[in-house]
Ligand binder design. Structure first.
Ligand SMILES: [Fe+2]
Length: 187
C-alpha cells in the first residue's frame, strides 16, 4: 500500500525538522543515587526518548483511526482503536517516567515528536474499516519493531528496568497487532 512506503515527511515541506535534521535527545543526565553508571544512563535516556516520540506518534494515530473509521464494522473498530489508544497512553507514560527516573528529561512535545518519530504519517484520507485496519496495523508493527530493538539496546546497557518496561510494551503491542490484524484474517 502506498502509505507503507511513503517517506514520513518531505524535506522542507513542514518548515520544521526533517528526517535529515532530526533533533537528537539531550545528552545529559541529572545526578541520582542510582547505581546505574551515568554513561549508560545518558545513552538510555537518548534511546528511550526516541521510543517516546514513536509512542506518542502511535497514540495520535490510534485516535485518528478511532475518529475517522466508517463502514459496517464501525462500532467494533471505533471501540477497539480507543482501547488501543488507552494502552498506548500508558506506554507513553511508562517510557517518559523511566527517562526521568534515569535523570533525563522526557522530551514529549508535539514539536519534538514531529521531528523525531520514525513512524510514517497516518494517511488522512482513509475511511473504510479495511483501510484503517491496514494503516494502524502498519503503525503497530513498525512501533513493535522499534521497541524490540530498544529491548536489545537496554540489555546491552545492562539497564534491566528499561528493558523490562520495553518488554511489557512489546507484549502489549503484539497483542493489539493481533486484535487489529484478525480483521484481515477471516476467510
Ligand atoms: Fe472517542
Amino acid at each position: 500500500m502506498a502509505h507503507t512506503t511513503a517517506p514520513r515527511r518531505q524535506p522542507g515541506v513542514s518548515g520544521r525538522s526533517t528526517s535529515e535534521t532530526r533533533s537528537p535527545a539531550a545528552a545529559t543526565a541529572y545526578p541520582t543515587k542510582t547505581d546505574l553508571p551515568v554513561t549508560a544512563r545518558v545513552e538510555a535516556i537518548a534511546l528511550l526518548n526516541q521510543r517516546l516520540a514513536d509512542c506518542i506518534d502511535l497514540q495520535t494515530q490510534c485516535k485518528q483511526a478511532h475518529w475517522n473509521v466508517k463502514g459496517p464494522t464501525f462500532i467494533a473498530l471505533h471501540k477497539l482503536f480507543d482501547e488501543i489508544n488507552e494502552d498506548v497512553e500508558e506506554y507513553v507514560d511508562l517510557i517518559a517516567e523511566r527517562i526521568v527516573q534515569l535523570g533525563g528529561i522526557a522530551e514529549g512535545t508535539v514539536g519534538v515528536v514531529e521531528g523525531r518519530s520514525t513512524l510514517i504519517d497516518y494517511p488522512l484520507t482513509l475511511s473504510t474499516g479495511a483501510e484503517h485496519v491496514a494503516a494502524l496495523s502498519d503503525a503497530l508493527a513498525a512501533f513493535g519493531r522499534t521497541v524490540r530493538v530498544g529491548i536489545e539496546e537496554m540489555n546491552e546497557l545492562e539497564d534491566a528496568g528499561s528493558a523490562d518496561i520495553l518488554t511489557e510494551i512489546s507484549r502489549g503491542v503484539d497483542k493489539w497487532l493481533w486484535f487489529v490484524e484478525a480483521h484481515q484474517q477471516g476467510a
